[in-house]
Write a protein that binds this ligand. Structure first.
Ligand code: ZN
Ligand code: ZN
Length: 219
């Protein structure tokens, strides 16, 4: 079982998260990562204090919305009775990080999966804003159809592993994909992969079948 996190949230994304600039879909992924990653949580807290200092010396009119976003962020992280510093090694036992529990309700067994082909399944979370967040189940050794992105894709691995090119993402790791990246992530051979992923634009599929199914799958 993995006990270390190798892939973290970038400074740019974390700064926008702390400032409350991101849509809810991305907030869930980042808050879930922060709930298992001391490193990123400490960086987010330092960004929060920098943001507070900056706001103290500029127009006070923005402070209310900033502090509301900050409070919403903190509530996401501290939500539920699960400790916020849940060690990464516990993710497979307590598969859903605390912020995600609020969206899934009664835990992993209550998730209503919908098949998306090749044995893969998804469950779209109910969020507002411009990003869509979903849980993805990919059978061990299976690959996602080749696709590229017009926007941002942020993925947190919850179970199993995700292999993308020469990079391997284990539970707790975050993958950030920007514009124009072309990829076909594969689930690790030894275990089915469950991950939480958010996107702000539809994926650009190369092959016909995923393109035909795309409107039905909202992917
Ligand atoms: Zn991290
Ligand atoms: Zn992608």
């Amino acid at each position: 079982m993995n006990t270390t996190i190798s892939h973290h949230v970038s400074d740019g994304l974390l700064l926008n998260y702390s400032a409350g600039n991101l849509p809810e879909g991305f907030n869930i992924v980042i808050a879930s990562h922060l709930s298992v990653c001391d490193d990123c949580r400490a960086r987010a807290e330092s960004f929060d204090s920098i943001g507070g200092t900056i706001l103290d010396i500029i127009e006070p009119v923005n402070m209310i919305s900033f502090h509301q976003s900050l409070r919403a962020t903190q509530e996401l992280i501290t939500a539920s009775n699960v400790p916020t510093n849940l060690p990464c090694s516990d993710i497979e036992n307590d598969l859903l990080p605390a912020p995600l529990n609020n969206y899934v309700g009664d835990g992993i067994n209550a998730i209503r999966w919908r098949p998306i082909g090749m044995g893969a399944k998804q469950s779209i979370l109910s969020t507002s804003g411009s990003a869509t967040a979903r849980l993805l189940f990919v059978p061990a050794g299976s690959s996602m159809p080749n696709h590229s992105h017009k926007g941002l894709e942020v993925t947190l691995v919850l179970k199993g592993a995700l292999i993308d090119g020469d990079k391997r993402f284990e539970p707790g790791d975050v993958q950030i994909i920007d514009n124009d990246t072309n990829h076909s992530p594969i689930a690790g051979e030894s275990d089915d992969c469950i991950c939480l992923t958010a996107t702000d634009h539809p994926l650009q599929f190369k092959s016909l079948m995923p393109r035909l199914l795309q409107p039905f799958l909202r992917i």
